[in-house]
Design a protein around this ligand. Structure first.
Ligand SMILES: [Fe+2]
Length: 349
């Protein structure tokens, strides 16, 4: 249902206040031609209401000739900021950037965060922002799970559909998304509510079965039949099944880059207001479908780049694939059982 401009501004005020924006702060609203005008305007008005210093940075839209579709996560790496040092400096001067454009997976974003500037991404439709307005309770739940993931040295994921996947952990940091960019150098995304890390290089092994009904992003499709991925030494080596497997194989091969098949971030969803079904109610061009990444108890794995945590895999193709009905074990202790969050207690929605 439609969200009024007033409500959108008030929601932004809530999120910016929880992102520690006040009269001492400078806020930059980053936008491009394709940004949602209402979101960019509401971000600016909310920052003004909080008495922050506010300015806008507008960049021309950027299209890579190889990119397919309008989903901003479907081609990673280069953005309108690539090589634009003046704009990068302007953004680094802010305490907080509201990104209505999507810099994710770009090395420039990593450089900006290293200066201590915080970034809050907001690119989903207002209805989705309203349904998943972040709360301090979301943060507490995600941080409770973070403690366990940070301490873990292994992850083992199984399902009745046939998933049996293992990875060693510890080489890469644990990343949380709870919707507030409230610490220096923190990147976050409204809406969200999940966490993840990356397998140690070369250690992801086993079988991942995408079962009927599981979601493939950025395709924004529900799998119509099982797809089996065989993983050895950190890379997907074989994709088998029917039409859905053939589609996935052809799409990934299109990028003509072996790095595309590396296993990227792995983690699980903790957001009870995110819904497995929501994607079916939206058009493909509505946004990037954060419901699918965040719904409680999903096991989210991905393929492709790891540059946002300082890894060396800079590859344009990034698949995010949430699986339902999995058991997720950290060092032998279940955090998700049959697609339900079971531990730690403070993380259970
Ligand atoms: Fe991802």
């Amino acid at each position: 249902m439609p969200v009024s401009d007033t409500e959108l501004t008030l929601m932004f005020e809530h999120v910016l206040r929880n992102s520690k924006v006040d009269e001492t702060q400078t806020v930059a609203v980053l936008r491009s031609h394709y940004s949602n005008d209402r979101i960019a305007r509401a971000a600016m008005e909310a920052a003004i209401r909080l008495k922050a210093k506010v300015y806008g940075v507008e960049l021309p839209s950027f299209n890579h000739p190889k990119a397919m579709g309008n989903d901003m996560t479907a081609y990673c790496g280069d953005t309108a900021l690539t090589g634009n040092t003046a704009a990068q400096r302007a953004l680094e001067c802010a305490d907080l950037i509201v990104d209505t454009m999507l810099l994710l997976h770009s090395p420039e974003q990593e450089q900006i965060l290293k200066t201590g500037t915080r970034i809050l991404l907001a690119v989903e439709p207002p209805e989705m922002l309203a349904r998943m307005l972040p709360t301090q309770e979301d943060k507490i739940r995600v941080q409770a799970a973070e403690k366990v993931l940070k301490a873990a040295s292994s992850m083992h994921v199984t399902s009745k559909a046939g998933t049996d996947f293992r990875a060693r952990l510890g080489q890469y940091p644990t990343v949380t998304e709870y919707g507030f960019a409230d610490e220096p150098g923190r990147w976050d995304h409204w809406p969200s509510g999940f966490l993840f890390s990356w397998p140690n290089e070369g250690t992801a092994e086993g079988t991942l079965v995408i079962d009927t009904g599981d979601i493939l992003l950025p395709f924004k499709s529900y799998a119509r039949e099982p797809i089996t991925l065989e993983v050895r030494e950190g890379f997907v080596r074989k994709i088998s099944g029917g039409f859905d497997a053939e589609y996935l194989r052809d799409y990934m091969n299109y990028f003509n880059d072996p790095e595309v098949f590396g296993i990227s971030h792995i983690g699980w969803g903790l957001q009870p207001r995110a819904q497995w079904t929501a994607m079916g109610l939206h058009d493909r061009n509505d946004g990037m479908c954060m419901d699918a990444r965040a719904f409680a108890g999903n096991f989210l794995f991905s393929t492709g780049p790891n540059t946002e945590v300082g890894g060396s895999r800079k590859t344009p193709c990034h698949m995010d694939i949430p699986l339902r009905a999995c058991d997720v074990m950290l060092d032998g202790q279940a955090v998700v059982r049959g697609g339900k969050v079971v531990a730690p207690a403070a993380s259970i929605p």
